[in-house]
Design a protein around this ligand. Sequence first.
Ligand code: ADP
Ligand code: TRP
Length: 331
Amino acid sequence: MSTLLTGITTSGTPHLGNYVGAIKPSIEKSKDFNKNFLFLADYHSLIKNQDPELTFKSSLKIAAAWIACGINFEKVNFYRQSSIPQILELNWILSSVTPKGILNRAHAYKAAVDVNDKTDPDSGINAGLFNYPILMAADILLFDADFVPVGSDQKQHIEMTRDIAGRFNNSYGETFTLPEPIISTDIPLLPGLDGRKMSKSYNNFIELFSSEKILQKSLNQIVTDSLLPGDPKGTKDSILFDYFSAFLKKERLDGIKKSFEDGAGWGDLKKMLFDIINDELSPLREKYENLINNPNTIEEILSEGEKQAVIHAENKIKEVRETVGIKPLHG
Ligand code: ADP
Ligand code: TRP
């Protein structure tokens, strides 16, 4: 019986990238597993910002987005990372077997160092960012996850989790499952409006549940070239085509590819894209708005999920504590 687990950092408004890369695939995949853990990575958010209102509102929005998109609570434990204190306990235990060197090589940390002056490479970098991969490993290993669906930007974190689990198992004996990432190769990392990866951190994102008007306006801003209607258009380096690929299955995508090749105008293609995305999101948007206006419902759903998740966490941490030699002194 395999276990699926994934989390989303609550550091902003859910965007189309989070939807195609994480929210939608995790809900779809959860149908194939008997045990699923989907959670809000709110402690990870503190590393990225020190704005309490941002983390709070983001937790509400990301929880609402996940629920609106159709989590099946019969099969899924849905919870906040911060409601499972055992994650932080495991975080410490794992940090004791993690060589500092592997953290030096983490992409997120390296990227932060690279933008700094060589005379002060760690300027403005908090220890949380440096230790980020260990907290993520704790999230995953505490629940014995076999599979972790993530966007391709998170691949290195899963490799580090496997590395950390392997080191622990080598030192103490088999304790943790080595997780496999599930990274969809059909879905590209969705580019943002500036062509870089769509990300909360770059402020180049299209909100998942903005109004129809704003969605249309944002999609119209996707950068295209100066080819005219009637000119055949390539799909390979087209940001617009990446959006179609993220939302459509193969057969319909082939049709769109043909429209590109046949010279459809950028305006018409953008209108088609809007209709496709809007048709998919409209019914979910209504549910989302309802949830946002009823935070008590979200709180109840999370509290229920947390009751279940914590049972698993307590059992696992007890096993880990004993494994490392922390246990009652009698008998
Ligand atoms: P952000 O970069 O906006 O802070 P997160 O790091 O919180 O997003 O990502 C949450 C999940 O959404 C991860 O699984 C990540 O891989 C996925 N994701 C984020 N941005 C994109 C994107 N542009 N395209 C596809 N998936 C994405
Ligand atoms: N680091 C992930 C992100 O920013 C979020 C995350 C935290 C996560 N813990 C996790 C994802 C555990 C999968 C499994 O996207």
